[in-house]
Every structure is written in structure tokens, then in C-alpha cells.
Ligand binder design. Structure first.
Ligand SMILES: Cc1cc2nc3c(=O)[nH]c(=O)nc-3n(C[C@H](O)[C@H](O)[C@H](O)COP(=O)(O)O)c2cc1C
Length: 244
């Protein structure tokens, strides 16, 4: 399968055989992760592989994705990381203000997400399945404790990787007309969700596991009915970022 076909066949896998990945496979995935682009070559990312069963179990509970976090062949936490630069700047008596601001945090988040998606695509190219685990942000303070994270780091998500037992069908994405425009933002097209709601309603009704009557707009109204993880901003500030 070429890379574009591979990407178009992406589905999250939540049902793994549980066989640990070989060291050779993990090496390949890590090399792919750190080959990604990086803003100003800051490389503001660290990856922690969770091999300790107790730590993995606790993160699994925190993320409310217990079964597949415990079962996967490898589990990585992706961390937006400016601690390297903080150490360097401190050693040279340079102000830390430039790494504390919102722009630097964004650089870390973007670099880290690129690394993770590189790893995800690499894993899928080896016929492995992946699932991101944003659920780690349910308790960032505990994740920080468990992983001994220093200031100027922010754990973003986990990535479970393993041999799939079963795979869901591909979830239809927004039509390109809702997603891409030319030269200017196109509010009319981007918010015209009628066609997509119909597609998603059919998808949800007919999918083999957990069929339900739901369309995308309704799912979004439900999801955004309350504020999620309101303590994230506090955590980020405690980690030394100014959010300004
Ligand atoms: C950053 C991020 C965090 C996610 N966190 C979780 C999670 O905690 N648990 C989970 O089951 N799926 C998680 N997902 C998977 C999404 O639910 C999934 O990608 C989405 O429903 C689309 O389905 P697909 O990946 O099968 O196409 C996450 C995805 C992303 C990108």
C-alpha cells in the first residue's frame, strides 16, 4: 500500500493482541518519530515509553482507556518539552522568558504532535494498530508525579501501538468542501454540515460495533455541552508556562 492509501485507511485500534513489540520494531518507530519537521529545529519533544506494569496500569485507569492501554504492544507518552532549553539557558544565565511564553508552548505542542503522527503512520505501515490516548490529561498532576516530569514540560497524550485483533471500518471525515477553501476562510461552506450529518448518521447506524442513532452535529453539541478538563490551564502555568 502506498503512503496515501495507508493514511486513508487509518482507524484507531482499541483491541490488541497484547504481544510486546520487538526492540527492532520499537527502534524503527522511534526513528520515524524523531525524523519529523521541527519549528526552528527546537526539537521540543520527549517520548517516555511506559514499560513498568504498575505505572502503565495507573495511567490506564487515569485515561479511562484501561483495556487497550494495558493490552497494547507498546505504550508511549508524548511530552512537549522545553526543559532542555531551560537547562541550557539557565546554565548560560539567560532569561527563561522566551521559553515560557505561549508561542514556545505552541512550538512544543506542534513538534510533539508531528513526532507522534510520524510514529503512528510508521506503525500502521508495519500493519500495527494505534490509538492516541488524550485521556492522560484527566489527571496531569498525577502523570507528572508518575513520570517525574520537570518544569517546562507538558504531557500531551499517550500512543498505544500493537497488533490489532479487530479493526473498525474507516470513519468518514468531513467532506473536503467543509475542510479546505481557496485564499480565504469560507464560513458558509465550512459550517454547512447537512451532507456530512447524513453520511455520519448512516455510518453510526450501520457500523458493526456500537451502532447508534447519531449525526456529527449532535455529537459535537453533546461533546461541547460542558467544559472539559478545566484544570489543564492551571497545570500548564504550574509547569512554568505563562500562557501569554
Ligand atoms: C490527540 C488525540 C487523543 C485521543 N484520545 C483518545 C482516548 O483517550 N481514548 C480513545 O479511545 N481514543 C482517543 N483518540 C482517538 C479518537 O477518538 C479517534 O481518532 C477519532 O474518533 C477518529 O477515529 P479514527 O481514528 O478511528 O479514524 C484520540 C485521538 C487523538 C488525535
Amino acid at each position: 500500500m502506498n503512503v496515501i492509501d495507508l493514511m486513508n485507511h487509518h482507524v484507531s485500534v482499541r483491541n490488541f493482541k497484547g504481544e510486546p513489540l520487538s526492540e527492532k520494531t520499537k527502534q524503527k518507530l522511534l526513528i520515524a518519530a524523531h525524523a519529523g519537521s521541527s519549528s526552528n529545529f527546537v526539537q521540543a519533544t520527549s517520548i517516555i515509553e511506559i514499560t513498568d506494569e504498575q505505572i502503565r496500569n495507573e495511567i490506564a485507569e487515569i485515561s479511562q482507556s484501561a483495556a487497550y492501554v494495558k493490552q497494547s504492544g507498546a505504550f508511549y507518552i508524548f511530552i512537549a518539552d522545553l526543559y532542555r532549553q531551560a537547562t541550557l539557558l539557565e546554565a548560560h544565565h539567560q532569561s527563561l522568558a522566551p521559553i515560557k511564553n505561549m508561542e514556545s508552548l505552541l512550538v512544543g505542542v506542534v513538534d510533539t504532535t508531528i513526532a507522534a503522527e510520524n510514529m503512528a503512520v510508521a506503525a500502521e505501515s508495519l500493519d500495527l494498530g494505534i490509538c492516541y490516548i488524550g485521556g492522560i490529561r484527566n489527571d496531569l498532576s498525577r502523570i507528572k508525579e508518575l513520570l517525574h516530569l520537570p518544569k517546562y514540560t507538558l504531557p500531551l497524550f499517550g500512543l498505544t501501538i500493537g497488533e490489532p485483533i479487530t479493526k473498525n471500518g474507516v470513519k468518514p471525515r468531513l467532506p473536503l468542501k467543509n475542510f479546505v477553501s481557496e485564499n480565504q476562510y469560507n464560513p458558509d461552506e465550512f459550517t454547512d454540515l447537512k451532507q456530512y450529518d447524513q453520511v455520519m448518521e448512516n455510518y453510526y447506524l450501520n457500523r458493526p460495533s456500537h451502532p447508534k442513532k447519531m449525526d456529527w452535529s449532535t455529537s459535537q453539541l453533546k461533546f461541547f455541552a460542558d467544559v472539559k478538563r478545566p484544570d489543564v490551564a492551571d497545570f500548564i502555568q504550574k509547569q512554568g508556562f505563562s500562557l501569554k
